[in-house]
Design a protein around this ligand. Structure first.
Ligand code: VG1
Ligand code: CO
Length: 544
């Protein structure tokens, strides 16, 4: 089984986006497509000889086939140890946990996250480094450069390995362990939160909880932690079996796609607590009885109450949020007198801050929250954080949130997505906005004056790396802010994201409907950017 060199032709479209390389399954099935990218990763982190690699994915269509390819290539490239999740399964946060715990040199995670799965849907691959976090830009750029000149990859002739049994195998110089994908992660959670307080909360019987795994990767994790270790009744986890096509659904935890859960908490005699996560288990949505928690508020509230959680009882060093995320957490950071960093969209930008101990908690408006316990956002962790808070505060979700608004004011926030729009038009819209930036300040749109505008750029305070063109920000005299950017995770056309937020501290105005509260800003956004004209759409496809 000597390593063989297989001739291949370079592809020009393998540039990783916000979170790895995402394409239609059919594109990944082209001869050499997956192999080229994997070889590019191995070339970038070379030498691989003697190193340990973690491999797993969210279980979507093509997951198992891809894992077999990667294992053969990893052996041929000289790795001495590969850890693979049983059945090819590892949630993104669990992969991060396993990389760190086993001191691997990194891991390959197969997922297109919240994008649908199936033969005609999406697939994805990303590399995480030894800290367990997504490769930083420097590395993804180097990987992309490698793909452009790829002429051959290394593999071996070997049969597929059995992925479904826990086992230790040996191929050539390489030991392959098929590991339990859940236990390390579940143990980590148990070490961070007050499981006994949560157990008592659930044992009382008058607190009803539902977790919607959306037929994605978190099913086994949620069952182990919520049902087995915390004693939630069997069936509290719904859609708990990972399916290759996510049951035909869209594994994105928001009010639109997690409708089964939404019906349970908003229905007559609604559940007290509902939560859902996405395809690869790193996103979370948390709901109270007929009550929605905006992810930006969630980050702020977790920060404000972190001292109540065993893992953070010693205090937190600082926080960070992605730029489009509302400024709710900034207010808490100020009150706690800790630093608050504003980063570009994507978890890879939190890595350096976490590694350097500058921040403890961080999050994004896109239903992502996490901390320094791993280097990825973590869906179940956020759910457990909320359950732990409820258990010690002995208050329903809605009361915790409303009290927070009373103390800090409320940052109304919404995101409007225009999906699969014509790519040229979307870029033209953004380019025209950029061209206007210098003259926007002082101008009025829909009756509201602009105070400042820029194209967001970020200089990493740890390694001074600079990232430019991360979204157009427009600040308004009424305290509002509008952000325009194009998605870096889509696989079809362009997705325009328009983020709107506005601060309100008048206690009489804290209970407005979000779209109404932001109605004026929505008009400003249209007037300044011409969204309808450029996208040809009269309204967004998804509003969160
Ligand atoms: C989106 C979100 C971003 C998130 C990224 C990956 O990126 O906006 O906040 O980090 O998805 O999330 P974009 O470029 O499409 O806006 V996931 O759950 O795919 O790992
Ligand atoms: Co995800």
């Amino acid at each position: 089984k000597k390593a063989k060199h297989v001739k291949t032709q370079a592809f020009t479209d393998q540039k990783p986006g916000t979170s790895g390389l995402r394409k239609k399954v059919k594109q990944f099935q082209q001869p050499g497509y997956l192999e080229n990218f994997v070889q590019a990763v191995f070339n970038t982190i070379a030498p691989c000889k003697g190193k340990k690699l973690v491999v797993g994915g969210d279980g979507r269509f093509y997951n198992r086939e891809a894992i077999q390819v990667i294992i053969r290539m990893a052996v041929a490239n000289g790795f001495s140890h590969i850890l693979v999740g049983q059945g090819g399964i590892l949630s993104t946060p669990a992969a991060s946990c396993v990389i760190r715990k086993n001191q691997a040199c990194g891991g390959i995670i197969l997922s297109a996250s919240h994008n649908p799965g199936g033969p005609d849907e999406d697939f994805g691959i990303k590399f995480n480094g030894e800290n367990g976090g997504p490769a930083p830009e420097k590395l993804t750029d180097a990987i992309f450069q490698q793909t452009l000149s790829m002429e051959q990859y290394l593999s071996i002739d070997a049969d597929d390995i059995e992925l479904d049994q826990l086992a230790t195998l040996q191929i050539e110089q390489c030991q392959i362990d098929i590991i339990d994908p859940v236990s390390d992660y579940a143990d980590l959670m148990e070490s961070m939160f007050d499981f006994s307080a949560m157990k008592s909360l659930l044992a009382k019987g008058d607190f009803r909880l539902c977790f919607d795994a959306m037929h994605a990767v978190n099913g086994p994790y949620a069952k182990e932690i919520l049902e087995k270790r915390l004693g939630a009744p069997a069936g509290a986890v719904i859609n708990g079996v990972p399916l290759t096509d996510f049951g035909g659904g869209h594994p994105d935890p928001n009010l639109v796609h997690a409708h089964e859960l939404v019906d349970l908490v908003y229905g007559e005699d609604g559940f007290d607590f509902g939560a859902a996560s996405d395809g690869d288990g790193d996103r979370n949505m948390v709901l109270g009885k007929a009550f929605y928690i905006n992810p930006c508020d969630s980050l702020a509230i977790l920060t404000a109450n972190a001292n109540l959680i065993p893992a953070y009882a010693k205090g937190i060093a600082g926080v960070a949020r992605s730029m489009p995320t509302s400024r709710a957490v900034d207010r808490v950071a100020e009150a706690l007198n800790i630093p608050c960093f504003e980063t570009p969209t994507g978890w890879k930008f939190f890595g350096n801050l976490l590694d350097a101990g500058k921040i403890t908690l961080c999050g994004e408006e896109s239903f992502g929250t996490g901390s320094d316990h791993i280097r990825e956002k973590d869906g179940l962790w956020a759910v457990l954080f909320w359950l732990n808070l409820i258990a010690v505060k002995k208050q329903p979700v809605s009361e915790i949130v409303r009290n927070h608004w009373m103390q800090y004011g409320r940052d109304y926030f919404t995101r409007h997505d225009y999906e699969a729009v014509d790519s040229a038009n979307a870029h033209e819209m953004i380019n025209q906005l950029k061209a206007k930036i210098a003259t926007l300040s002082g101008q009025e749109f829909a009756g509201v004056k602009v105070t400042s505008a820029d194209d967001f750029q970020y200089i990493d305070p740890v390694d001074n790396s600079k990232t430019t063109a991360q979204g157009v920000r427009i600040y308004l005299e009424n305290g509002g802010r509008i952000v325009f950017r194009l998605s870096g995770t889509g696989t079809q056309g362009a997705t325009l994201r328009v983020y709107l937020d506005c601060y309100q501290k008048d206690p009489a105005l804290l209970e407005q409907e979000t779209q109404q509260a932001l109605g004026e800003l929505i008009q400003v956004a249209e007037s300044v950017a011409g969204i309808k004209q450029f996208t040809g759409r009269t309204k967004p496809d998804v509003i969160t």
